[in-house]
Design a protein around this ligand. Sequence first.
Ligand code: MN
Length: 245
Amino acid sequence: MTSLVDFHCHLDLYPNFEKVILECEQNKIYTLTVTTTPQAWPRNYSLTKNTKYVRAALGLHPQLVAQRSAEISLWDQYFAEAKYIGEIGLDARPAYFKSLTLQEEVFEHIIKRCSSDGGRILTIHSVRTAQRVIDIIERHGVCKKNRIVLHWFSGSASQLQRAARLGCYFSVNSQMFSKGGALITSMPRNRILTETDGPFTKLAENPQRPSDVGHCVDLIAIVLKISAVEVKNLIAQNLRELLTN
Ligand code: MN
């Protein structure tokens, strides 16, 4: 049986972090648990060091940069031991717009470190900032030695094509279909991954868990007009390529 993939989830934000890790292991769901502050890294890292299906990512969330930009030094400290980086990126919604310059500084700092070191897989937030995010990715040539996954991408179709040409992957969640899912049909099929972004997304009024990611698989199957089994196989194949190239 092909395993499901949840490539962007905040496992440490559920009431019982260890239980949800165990759930991913038991259900064989390849899960990337992202962090919003580097302070969360040591626990995330130690709890997922020896798991088969769960990996942790080192992040500094753009929505927290206004309060926590000083933690970039802590992020630097942990960088050497992190293979996965996120959640990072930019957010220009009204509530975060004031910190956008600071967000860019933090994001560019992270991108530069990844560009020079290489070997990382990044999961990037780009709300109302697709153009800026893609500009920064391109300017620093970060795709050369790293892999980029644009999470919950909501830019235009032409921005999507530009990101795809740079080599970016796209992790798709079920809430992205609320506008019909047209953007998903224009993603290169070999670059699509699935995510829940739980607990920030809901399924039947409840925060989604990685075990709900099959719902997203079903929605992708509908818009791509292929079977859910074919989508599962496609996502598993895309994950393998992402991890081996
Ligand atoms: Mn997230």
